[in-house]
Design a binder for this molecule. Structure first.
Ligand code: GLA
Length: 388
């Protein structure tokens, strides 16, 4: 059975058990993502090159007439209670963030939804995007919820606004000042393509990845050091500080020559952060060209440069991720490997020849100090309605 189908069956079974009086009438799915290159560039108005995954978050449910919203999550890692009910928000009675944490992503999207008034509904959510693995489990939940709401109370269908609304939900209800990449790719993903996203104009260029001799391997380090803590917002501030010091709105507008000329008057750490971002924006644009030209060795080289820059200049890697990249690269037929997502644990992404997959996985199992999980994956479609 295809992956999304398994998650759907699980959600439907749970819905019927949880709400025996209702028939599930709506089902939607939104994917997680893996970013091939372009890390910590989105909130600097730079380029990113993610692809949507076949791993999805599913929401199933039905409309109700009691004016209440009933939610249930099947995520094992979610905090208690896994089931809750509250009145449909109104102007005088808005939703606010609180416990349980998992529901904040759902509540944020409901609160900021772009059409209304919403009817009551009952819904169950299930996912096979690993939680906290750097594959955008939270964005996939937000986008799935938005897609669900579109079925019971249609908005104007503007996909950019949809992604921006989900990002706003994460900012305001999960206190995570993320960029736009994760929500954007979960909405816009295309089967067989990575998307080069210009995070300034929000224009998208699909880049085909359909070569059967090429494999995209995700390796989960299965470690998670905190990201929603102070590290991510601190990086954002440092980038802004660098841009301001150079008289620009964002690092997208700063050239490497300009940065180097200003080195003496910048804080050493701020300089390194800006060095990563400016070099990464360039690598991402070059990477998209290399991928289009099927120049995988060139793309792989850029991936490793990206990893090193995230490790040395941006300081968002960790021992486990460095180890995974080093072991992956230490064999034949591997084009490139790097950490993916926010960092401090989570996953690496490795581009390699199909013929090299088995040996590479074995090598990682034999040499990685932790317990890795592997996903051989492919670029998949963005959020969509599932037929019941
Ligand atoms: C997290 C954020 C994204 C992006 C990445 C780093 O996944 O949600 O917006 O900034 O980190 O590239």
């Amino acid at each position: 059975m295809a992956e999304p189908q398994v998650v759907l069956e699980e959600a439907l079974r749970a819905f019927r058990e949880t709400y025996p009086d209702c028939e599930p009438r709506i089902a939607v799915a939104a994917p997680g993502r893996v970013n091939l290159i372009g890390e910590h560039t989105d909130y600097n108005q730079g380029f990113v090159l993610p692809m949507a995954l076949p791993m999805v978050t599913v929401v199933v449910g039905c409309q109700s007439t009691d004016g209440n919203i009933s939610l249930c999550t099947l995520a094992k890692e979610a905090d208690e209670p896994k089931r809750l009910e509250f009145p449909v928000p109104s102007e005088g009675n808005p939703l606010t963030p609180g416990l349980p944490n998992w529901a904040n992503y759902v509540k944020g999207v409901i609160q900021h939804y772009r059409a209304g008034p919403l009817p009551g509904f009952k819904a169950v959510t299930a996912s096979n995007v690993p939680l906290g693995g750097g594959l955008s489990s939270s964005a996939s939940l937000e986008v799935a919820v938005y897609t669900f709401l579109q079925q019971i109370c249609p908005d104007d269908g503007d996909l950019v606004q949809k992604a921006l609304t989900c990002q706003k939900a994460e900012h305001t209800f999960a206190s995570m000042p993320c960029g736009i990449m994760d929500q954007f790719i979960s909405v816009m993903g295309e089967a067989g393509h990575a998307l080069l996203i210009d995070c300034r104009s929000l224009q998208v260029t699909p880049v085909p990845i359909s070569d059967s001799s090429l494999v995209i391997l995700i390796t989960n380090s299965n470690v998670r050091h905190s990201l929603t803590g102070s590290e991510y917002p601190t990086r954002r501030k440092q980038c802004l500080e660098a841009a301001k010091a150079l008289g620009k709105d964002s690092l997208r507008d700063v050239s490497m020559a300009e940065l180097k000329a200003a080195k003496a008057r910048l804080d050493a750490e701020v300089y390194c952060r800006a060095h990563h971002v400016i070099s990464e924006i360039k690598r991402t644009a070059e990477g998209a060209e290399a991928l289009k030209a099927r120049n995988y060795w060139e793309f792989g080289k850029l991936m490793v440069q990206s990893h090193n820059s995230l490790r040395d200049d941006y300081n968002v890697s960790c021992r486990e991720l460095d180890e995974l990249v080093a072991v992956a690269m230490d064999g034949e037929g591997v084009y490139g490997s790097r950490m993916t997502g926010g960092g401090f644990g989570g996953c690496t992404v490795t581009l390699l020849e199909a013929a090299a997959v088995e040996k590479t996985i074995q090598r990682i199992k034999d040499n990685y100090s932790g317990t890795p999980t592997f996903h051989i994956t492919r670029p998949s479609r963005g959020a969509h309605v599932l037929q019941l």
